[in-house]
Design a protein around this ligand. Structure first.
Ligand SMILES: Nc1nc2c(ncn2[C@@H]2O[C@H](COP(=O)(O)OP(=O)(O)OP(=O)(O)O)[C@@H](O)[C@H]2O)c(=O)[nH]1
Length: 246
């Protein structure tokens, strides 16, 4: 199966009307704060890595790609960081809603943050519980593989955990390797595209799949490619300032 990304076309829909032109694949990205969720999403969708992100309040990104010659809208929900508490896991409401909304979930931990790894098992349980029989497929991403000297999670622990959870595993570096990040999301998209039948225009494919759907499915925020562009400009101008001041 071939996934062709049209790098020049970025879908942007008005906030008031969020119908999509063809089938849509909805992916929620979940993990502890600071593991690189936003970096991964932006890397996948734009090929770029930007070092500095504001703390994420839960943004929805959207873009059009072609899967096997068919136009598909990929919607990726970046979520606020989950935290471990004395009583277990604390998931912002937004994250729980995103699990209900998504066709698939990407669980992320950082190899430099043991707590983020420990959180995965709990988060996976919540995903499975929320989905019931129709739980969404999950993949596990270990991010920041470039930071060898800061590693707190051994390389073999990720695959073992993935095996226990019954999901695919990828160790990636959002900062160093686009192809790893793209490969992980790409395979997930192909898997989802195979599962969801083509649908008439203006109907979300996920609306046709017989799945768990809570009445609390969140209304997605407006796709924020404008916000992304603003951040690119900020990052670029910061670099220019640094160069001119040297
Ligand atoms: N070295 C390295 N740094 C990374 C990588 N991915 C992300 N970072 C950095 O890690 C920090 C956190 O990244 P974010 O993408 O904001 O993490 P997040 O999970 O979205 O964080 P919250 O918004 O707090 O939930 C940023 O300084 C990134 O530059 C990576 O693969 N390698």
């Amino acid at each position: 199966m071939r996934l062709i990304q049209n790098m020049t076309t970025i879908a942007e829909y008005p906030a008031a009307d969020f119908t999509v032109p063809s089938r849509a694949i909805k992916i929620a990205v979940i993990g502890a704060s600071g593991v690189g969720k936003t970096a991964l999403v932006v890397r996948f969708l734009t090929r770029r890595f930007i070092g500095d992100y504001e703390r994420n309040a839960g943004n929805l990104y959207s873009r059009e790609v072609q899967v096997d010659g068919e136009q598909v809208t990929i919607q990726v929900q970046d979520t606020p960081g989950a935290e471990m508490t004395d009583n277990g896991i604390s998931l912002p409401d937004h994250v729980s809603c995103s699990i209900q909304w998504a066709d698939a979930v990407v669980l992320v931990y950082s190899v430099t943050d043991r707590r983020s790894f420990d959180l995965i098992h709990h988060t996976h349980q919540l995903v499975a519980r929320a989905g019931g029989a129709g739980a969404p497929p999950v993949i596990l991403l270990a991010n920041k593989a470039d930071l060898l000297h800061l590693r707190q999670v051994d390389p073999q622990q990720g695959p073992l955990l993935a095996q226990t959870l019954g999901c695919s595993f990828y160790e990636v570096s959002a900062s160093e390797d686009y192809s790893q990040v793209h490969g992980a999301f790409h395979r997930l998209c192909c898997q989802l595209a195979k599962q969801t039948p083509a649908v008439p225009n203006n109907t979300s494919a996920s609306a046709t799949t017989e799945k768990r759907r809570s009445p609390l499915i969140p209304r997605p925020k407006s796709p924020n490619m404008q916000d992304l562009k603003r951040r690119f400009k900020q990052a670029l101008s910061a670099k220019v300032r640094t160069v001119t001041s040297v």
